[in-house]
Design a protein around this ligand. Structure first.
Ligand SMILES: NC(=O)c1ccc[n+]([C@@H]2O[C@H](COP(=O)([O-])OP(=O)(O)OC[C@H]3O[C@@H](n4cnc5c(N)ncnc54)[C@H](OP(=O)(O)O)[C@@H]3O)[C@@H](O)[C@H]2O)c1
Length: 193
């Protein structure tokens, strides 16, 4: 915190329930996650962190913290965008009042190249990024888009329209998880090769 020049940190999250190289493997690290969680709880008790949460946690990883921790995770930050939403996890999080944050809401930018979304974007007079943002908001998730462009940032925040229930149902049926040149990226590939 001295390096950051801060007296407290707003929110700190555990990046992943397991080592990134083991991300797609079966093993769970319940004891390690709990130890990390208890350290975060102590930092909250000491007033050093306001809010704590997790990232890339599945239902069982969250259950481990809910069963054995003192403080409930405020958020679970997970990969989610049109075509790739972990709906079971979304339901579980809602049931336990844990806010889902959707990272890579444009599939690392690759989703923006999907031509199949044009019929719906034309209908609402919006762009694919705007549709992607609105879709996640209507699923009660908080999208975390990244951009280097101030114009894109403003554009992505302009989501003052409502996707109809019928179109939400259609969008939920879209499958898209081809990350093109980013497929080998550890976030999606699960290896550091
Ligand atoms: N917790 C985790 O494990 C985890 C993993 C991965 C990512 N994340 C976080 O999630 C955030 C976003 O993820 P991400 O960078 O992987 O992917 P993303 O937000 O899905 O996509 C970013 C790409 O979309 C482009 N873009 C954004 N707005 C646009 C617009 N209006 N029009 C055209 N292109 C647009 C950006 O290019 P421009 O710069 O040209 O706009 C960039 O190439 C990051 O802040 C990252 O820290 C977390």
């Amino acid at each position: 915190m001295a390096d950051l020049g801060l007296n407290y940190i707003d929110m700190m999250i555990i990046h992943s329930p397991k080592p990134w190289v083991d991300f797609q493997k079966e093993g769970r690290f319940f004891a390690g996650n709990l130890a990390a969680w208890r350290a975060l709880e102590e930092a909250v008790d000491a007033g050093k962190i306001r809010t704590i949460g997790v990232s890339n946690f599945d239902e069982v990883d969250l259950q481990n913290i809910l069963d054995n921790g003192r403080i409930k995770p405020a958020v679970d930050q997970v990969l989610a965008h049109i075509g790739n939403v972990p709906f079971g996890l979304f339901d579980y999080a809602k049931q336990h009042d844990i806010q889902i944050e959707a990272y890579s809401p444009f599939g690392h930018g690759e989703m923006l190249k999907n031509p199949n979304l044009q019929q719906i974007t034309d209908k609402y007079g919006v762009s694919v990024p705007q549709l992607g943002m609105r879709y996640l908001l209507q699923l009660d998730a908080l999208p975390l888009p990244k951009t280097l462009s101030e114009d894109h940032m403003r554009h992505n925040a302009t989501v003052d329209f409502t996707i109809s229930d019928e179109d939400m149902t259609l969008l939920k049926r879209v499958t898209f998880n081809d990350y093109g040149e980013f497929s080998g990226f550890p976030v999606f590939g699960g290896t550091l090769d």
